[in-house]
Design a protein around this ligand. Structure first.
Ligand code: KIV
Length: 258
């Protein structure tokens, strides 16, 4: 069975949590797909974890396309959504549609964009009305890191929580198929999840969203610095480093014993 965009609405309607993770390249995407992850996001966090940029801002459409194509080649079942990178959609609904088209032609089933202002929700409506599924993203929106003053928790006051709820309702009305809620208090995410009829996907937003997403590099313990809400399931950085150190020793010992 492959997971269509409609599948996530069914999960939400049946109160069945689903799993989403980020994917950046072929081999790992294939493993995540075979492990049963239902949604793979070619997230612009790859700017930081795969390309070494300090934020998500510098990654280009061409770089995101390159990674999207690699993920598409590795995946048989999961729905693939790609992030529209910073600067590639904010100017106008037409710009967003033109960029989104390139990702759909690369094999994505939908795109994600950040923000829920009235202008951004008009953009979402424009793209959705033209046949492209859109995943919204609210709360800590990393492309706005400088405006937000850092990668910090959002919606901490009742006013900010209300504003977030309004934005979520706007995105839903605009036709977003789901909304990522990043780094907001659990009770705010729970309340918004109850208010919406579309699924929410939490990251650092408690356990009562319709689905959960994490950056795979963080989950596997590959990144040196990861957000406070992540509990890595592995220390893969150490595992790889010791394996490679062992290989280095073997190679050097073999040469010395000849
Ligand atoms: O870019 C990304 O990986 C994301 C997730 C953290 C939701 O947007």
């Amino acid at each position: 069975m492959s997971f269509s965009i409609r599948y996530f609405q069914t999960c939400r309607d049946q109160n069945r949590p689903f799993v989403a993770l980020t994917a950046t390249e072929y081999t790992l995407a294939k493993i995540l797909d075979q492990a049963g992850v239902e949604l793979l996001l070619v997230g612009d966090s790859l700017a930081m974890v795969a390309l070494g940029y300090p934020t998500t801002l510098p990654v280009s459409v061409d770089e995101m396309l390159h990674h999207t194509r690699a993920v598409v080649r590795g995946v048989k079942r999961a729905a693939i959504i790609t992030d529209l990178p910073f600067g590639s959609y904010e100017l106008s609904p037409q710009q967003a549609f033109a960029t989104a088209t390139r990702f759909m032609q690369a094999g994505a089933q939908g795109v994600k964009l950040e923000g829920g202002s009235p202008a951004m929700t008009q953009t979402v409506a424009f793209v959705v009305e033209r046949g492209i599924p859109v995943l919204g993203h609210l709360g800590l929106t990393p492309q706005a890191v400088h405006q937000l003053g850092g990668f910090r928790q959002q919606a901490k006051t009742p006013e900010a929580a209300q504003e977030l709820e309004n934005a979520a309702l706007r995105l839903q009305a605009a036709g977003a198929f789901a909304i990522v809620l990043e780094h907001i208090p659990a009770q705010v995410a729970t309340h918004i999840t109850q208010k919406l009829t579309i699924p929410t996907i939490g990251i650092g937003a408690g356990s009562h969203c319709s689905g959960q997403i994490l950056v795979t590099h963080d989950l596997l313990g590959l990144t040196e610095k990861y957000p406070p809400f992540v509990q890595p399931v592995l220390d893969l950085k150490t595992v790889i480093q010791s394996a490679i150190e062992q290989f280095c020793r073997q190679v050097r010992e073999d040469i010395e014993s000849e």
